[in-house]
Design a protein around this ligand. Sequence first.
Ligand SMILES: [Ca+2]
Ligand SMILES: [Ca+2]
Length: 227
Amino acid sequence: MQGTVVRVLWLVATFFAVAIGAAGSAQAGLVTIDFENDATGFYFNGYQSPSSADVVFSSTESRSTDPHDYISIDHFGQGSHGKGLAISSGNPGLGAGLIMDFLKPTDFLSLEFGNDDPDQSFTGLKQVVLTLFSGGLQVGQSIVAPNKNGIMDQNIAYSGQFFDRARFFFIDDFDFPALVNPIVDNVAYQNHTGPGGINNVPTPGGFLLFSIGLLAAYARRKRLVLR
Ligand SMILES: [Ca+2]
Ligand SMILES: [Ca+2]
């Protein structure tokens, strides 16, 4: 009888240990979109990479009927790592930014940027700005000073509040969107703290308490049997 109880307890404990381990490994992954599996070409707003169904890419401009004026996937030489994603405004007098909509809870975002060459913009290039929104309200912002060499050798990142939209801009010396097409690559995102986040799975401490509870239940059962 006691042997059966021990066997059942062992099976239950093993099940929980395996389940906790599987949950941790499934949710710990950082997703990176490198655009290497994407088909080169021009796309309208609402582009999704085959590497991820969680992110939707759009230009901040939406007036043109020509896909050349929105999003292009291509090899941009030193401006990207292999294939990257470039944004156009569709209007030679207006700069454009990139909008990324996230379909799952997200609290970390990092991306690399290229084509940061001020000679390509009549009005210079002062800042690279990443702004995060949740439900339409701004929840965070990161700002990086570009090294202005036209080479993809810098990144910008945000970690903190939950967001469902990120907006990425090159800003010129007059605080307007720069007249140079931002290129992004290696867009990486993760959920650290929310439901299903990597820091929100059952902890070893929790599992220890569970195990102690099992042992206590077993001891109580054993006392009852001995009476
Ligand atoms: Ca790439
Ligand atoms: Ca650079």
